[in-house]
Design a protein around this ligand. Structure first.
Ligand code: PHE
Length: 370
């Protein structure tokens, strides 16, 4: 006869000692599984005499219930312990700073371009654009560059291969071809009236855009940005050009005291022509605008050459105007102290992280725009 009391004591002790759920399950199968020791005892009831069964039945059932209850209790204990262990291991520390979120930055050139556009927009300039791939006519011929003139080479032009018509297009070397396009468009009466009207004189446009020259050093990159200005009206003279550029420089550098200097120069498409320098101090290894006795060249400009007006269908006796071309990237370098122009277009995100601007900054005090 099996000693049920000893069996229950042994099983209960092992159940209580089970270290984990797997060990507990092994004991449960051993006792209560189909071929488990308690199940075998229950099966043996069928072979007993009714008297024996009446005596053993309650004891064996009691043993089964006691062991099943012990298993359930231990199981609950082990599950709770397992949950506690997971909670401890996977705890979230809400006091830790969140990992840095990667944010896009506004490229300094685009920031500077926006600032420039805002200043000129306040002065009443409209925006015009033209193609990066130009033809010889708009980039050179209409702008009064004589054919085969070395000035065409001076621009270090990127020429494209000859096309099917035997024509070689080029990457525009300056934004001046858009002057030609704007003036021509004003004369093109076949255009819808609302476009022709907008572009016919008086004209007051700025043209921001990319330009290309085969050149590379600390202050030159093969692609850079210019901002062209063109004003055509009656009785426009150099005084208007000087005032406009002086006013722009003061707004752009946010200082009333930036000295400027106009030096005579030559461009085929303006007469007279000038280059404008801004006052700066280069003594401390960096350039400070509006201080010191040095000057730095930042733009070219002049009165639109009568030949250019004629090439665009305007009568020079009726219309005059001025034009200028500013180096956007260079002005940005000066305003924000960017040391090397080549890094500006190297697409290095660490550089952009450092020199870039937040897209959501406070309004610019110079322009009132953000
Ligand atoms: N297009 C000239 C350049 O790129 C600048 C310029 C523009 C000069 C307009 C005069 C008038 O150097």
């Amino acid at each position: 006869m099996t000693d049920l009391t000893a069996m229950q004591a042994d099983l209960s002790a092992r159940v209580t000692a089970a270290a984990d759920l797997a060990a507990l399950e092994a004991i449960r199968v051993e006792a209560l599984g189909k071929q488990g020791s308690i199940s075998e005892l229950l099966k043996s009831l069928g072979k007993m005499s009714p008297d024996e069964r009446r005596e053993q039945g309650p004891k064996i059932n009691g043993l089964r219930d006691a062991v099943a209850a012990a298993v359930a209790a231990r199981k609950a204990e082990l599950e709770a312990a397992e949950l506690d262990a997971r909670l401890a291991a996977e705890r979230v520390d809400l006091t830790l700073p969140p990992p840095p979120e990667r944010k896009g930055r506004v490229h300094p050139t685009m920031q500077v371009l926006d600032e420039m556009i805002a200043v000129f927009a306040e002065m009443g300039f409209a925006l015009a654009e033209g193609p990066d791939i130009e033809d010889d006519f708009h980039n050179f011929t209409a702008l009064n560059f004589p054919p085969k003139h070395p000035a065409r080479e001076m621009h270090d032009t990127f020429w494209l291969p000859e096309d099917a018509n035997g024509e070689r297009k080029l990457l525009r070397t300056h934004t001046s071809p858009v002057q030609v396009r704007v003036m021509q468009q004003g004369q093109n009466r076949s255009l819808p009236a609302w476009i022709a009207q907008g572009q016919a004189p008086p004209i007051r446009v700025i043209v921001p855009g990319r330009v290309y020259r085969s050149d590379s050093d600390a202050t030159h990159t093969p692609m850079f940005h210019q901002l062209e200005g063109l004003v055509i009206d009656r009785n426009i003279h150099m005084g208007h050009l000087k005032w406009t550029l002086d006013a722009f420089i003061r707004r752009f550098f946010e200082s009333e005291n930036v000295g400027t200097r106009f030096r005579p120069h030559h461009f085929p498409f303006t007469e007279p022509s000038a280059e404008m320098d801004v006052q700066c101090d280069r003594s401390g290894g960096s350039i400070k605008i509006g201080e010191g006795t040095d000057f730095l060249e930042i733009l070219g400009g002049g009165m639109v050459h009568p030949n250019v007006l004629r090439n665009c269908g305007l009568d020079p006796d009726e219309w005059q105007g001025f034009a200028f071309g500013l180096g956007v990237d260079r002005l940005g370098m000066l305003k924000y102290g960017v040391p090397d122009l080549r890094d500006t277009f190297a697409a290095d995100t660490r550089w952009l992280e450092h020199w870039g601007f937040s897209a959501f900054q406070a309004p610019n005090p110079a322009t009132g725009l953000s």
